[in-house]
Design a protein. Sequence first.
Length: 575
Amino acid sequence: MGFFLGMLVGIAIGIGLIVAFARTERTRSKYRSELAKTVAALARMTVQDSRKLLPPQYYPSWVVFTQRQKLSLFHLICFLTWLNQHLEKIWPYVNEAASEVIRSNVEPILEQYRPGVLSALKFSTLTLGTVAPQFTGISLVESECAAGGITIEFEIQWDGNPDIVLDIKTRVGLALPVQVKNIGFTGVFRLIFKPLVDDFPCFGAVSYSLREKKKLDFEFKISGGDISSIPGVSDAIEETIRDAIEDCITWPVRNIIPIIPGDYGDLELKPVGTLEVKLVEAKELTNKDIIGKSDPFAEIFIRPLRDRMKTSKVIDNDLNPIWNEHFEFIVEDASTQHLTVRIFDDEGLQAAEFIGCCQVSLSTLEPGKVKDVWLKLLKDLEIQRDTKYRGQVHLELLYCPYGTDGNIVNPFDHDFSLTSLEKAMKIEKVTEAELRKISTQKKKEMFIRGVLSVTVISAEDLPVVDFMGKADPFVVLIMKKSEAKQKTRVINNNLNPVWNQTFDFMVEDALHEMLIVEVWDHDTFGKDRIGRVIMTLTRVLMEGEYQECYPIDIAKSGRITLSLKWVAQHKHRDF
């Protein structure tokens, strides 16, 4: 009986265990099935799907792509995790190799960019530390891939602990061991695998470039003190490092590594056009002098390479300087490059004092169209924490891409002022080598002559300047270079005057001439200037005739409508 009872109990327990095991297996099977469905759903999930689930503040920066292929979010996370894990494992070897490469390649670059205040700039110690960078994003650039290659962009973040010491010698003989500390970097690197070939590894070369520099922070320390206590040295070193990075590895610059022997000259950086820049004026600049006013000048560039940076003349003791200077720049990639303007206060033999900077993207320019812009000056283009007003700069920009076959009119081209007969004569008589020589010479000597007709049509919303709540406005037209003047009649008691008066000016050098339009208030006991408008003649040279409403500078309010017309006078030249 005990045996049977034990057997029954054993069978019951066995059946129970079997049932429990079966139910557990079914549960586990169901869980695995649901998990597989979830994983499959994650694998299909795109960035747009994730936006429906999570609010924007939970996105890392790499989730947002523009004109790029949207990688699967699940695959992206898995790949980045795998990539970062393996980078950490091999980082000691990468550190050793990269440190030596950086030392041998960067020192000549720093020497090239070394400012005049320093006589030597070399590394005495250079290791990248124990902290590996982290890949935080990856994308495939579709527009670039269509050009017969594969373009991938990696976003990298690095808060490293490198051991970097620069041996610096100043012009006065002072030697300084400067330690670079607390480096923080976030940027996007672009890798281009091109051309695609049939042989392993299926691409002929790899090009790399820093596509975007989002953050670059570092500090300088010297033994026993702060380098900022030595005037000019810290700023000079920092500017040298930033300019070297900007010009040597930042897109559109690209470094090409051949994988399969071949000619990869088509991958190198090539000019695609020219940018004509008129530095017109600035207004309301911050005064950096205790006595008197600042002596401003401008530094202008697309790439901060020493022989490509342009410097304006110094305007003494003026916070509203008028430069009216023309500069020409080479453009390599109009879609990504910027024009940068830095304004300084000239301090004579001492280092110039920084006033502010501004930047305009070349992608905002329409080829062959003059863009007239006022740009606010900032303390820093990358970290805009300082909201202090520093003044504004007035620029005139004209982008002329190559290969337009004369469809774009460029008044700064030496051929602009030639008649069709003169152009035909030149084509017949001048060789290609002579043509290049003449082009350079003519640009320096070119004069565009003609008659400028200015119609002062009307003004509106002028500020109140009289006790009676009105104004008695009139307009003075001044050609800055020739100093020719004309003025309209006075319109009494009117804040919205209409003149409709036309004036003609004989212009001998239209490229370097300026029209200054001053609005005045006539008063029995004197005259008060309300405001002004300053313009070059570039647009009227290109368009022949136009009408525009301009805001009046300096004035609290007001706009003035002008019509300009240009009639050229050609003069025969011998070649």
